[in-house]
Design a protein around this ligand. Structure first.
Ligand code: PXL
Length: 271
């Protein structure tokens, strides 16, 4: 039977990130989706100026209460970009009241990259992300987000001590499984590491010459679909990293396509 997921993140109306990538990917891999939108933006906030934002915090309790009345329950909750700190209480209410007892609470703390918070976000969002990370069955941060979550100074050079420190700090905070992205062995490589406190799985591949916005959301969506479909974690990380590489390859020749990747071409080849 197909699994049912609730994703809580923004709708960036244009720009191929958050909800507009999570839904098609999860559906493609056979997961039934529901959304609790945190905000509606005209575009994402990285690479576009003068974007508009409609905060949807006030609508959240109404939607949640209706679902509670209807007895709706999910196999997983997947949180992404959150623009308002009041929403963390609602996320935790969803976890308490809408998630099945054996359901998975999965946090992608989509808030930062390349050493910096995304433009519209404040440190209060980091504190909220720490709260939900502590309760996560899976947390999927990039290195920058892991640094913010663990109060570790960000640095470009990575070594085992730095990566292991981030993984063990996240585990100590309460996250049960960590999937750390943007991990590299050297300047020519990039990949992800999964850690559950016992074993560490690293999948590091050749780094693409260009990076694109939205690839973190795509990576998380593929990983989450695979986890819900019962795939083994090594296979999952291989699948998700290849999916990103193929999406970048499908995009790179189109110079006008600066805002995201053409993941649709890759979905067509993934059955
Ligand atoms: O891809 C993460 C993301 C999601 N939603 C919005 C964003 C970003 C990253 O900048 O701006 C609105």
């Amino acid at each position: 039977m197909s699994k049912k997921i609730l994703t809580i993140q923004d709708i960036s109306c244009y720009g191929q990130c958050s909800t507009t990538v999570a839904l098609p990917i999860l559906s493609h891999f056979g997961i039934e989706t529901a959304i609790l939108p945190s905000a509606i933006l005209s575009t994402h906030t990285a690479g576009f100026k003068n974007f508009t934002v409609l905060d949807l915090t006030c609508e959240m309790p109404k939607i949640i209460n209706h679902w509670i009345d209807e007895g709706i329950k999910f196999d997983a909750i997947y949180t992404g970009y959150i623009g308002d700190i009041r929403q963390f209480d609602y996320i935790l209410e969803c976890k308490d009241k809408l998630l099945k007892e054996d359901g998975l609470f999965i946090v992608d703390p989509a808030m930062a990259d390349n050493g910096k918070l995304y433009p519209a976000l404040s440190n209060a969002i980091v504190e909220g992300m720490k709260r939900i990370t502590a309760l996560a069955d899976y947390v999927i941060p990039n290195i920058t987000e892991a640094c913010f979550l663990t109060n570790t100074p960000y640095k470009e050079e990575q070594d085992d001590e730095f990566i292991n420190g981030l993984l063990s700090d996240l585990l100590r905070m309460g996250a049960k499984n960590i999937i750390l992205t943007s991990v590299a062995d050297d300047e020519e490589s990039l990949g992800a590491v999964a850690y559950d406190g016992f074993s560490k799985i690293s999948i590091i591949k050749e780094k693409m010459e260009k990076s694109y916005h939205g690839t973190g959301d795509i990576f998380s969506s593929v990983v989450i679909a695979d986890i819900l479909n019962g795939k083994d974690l090594k296979e999952t990380l291989n699948h998700a990293t290849d999916f990103i590489i193929d999406s970048i390859e499908a995009t790179i020749a189109d110079k006008n396509h600066f805002y995201g990747v053409k993941f649709e071409d890759v979905l067509n080849k993934n059955n």
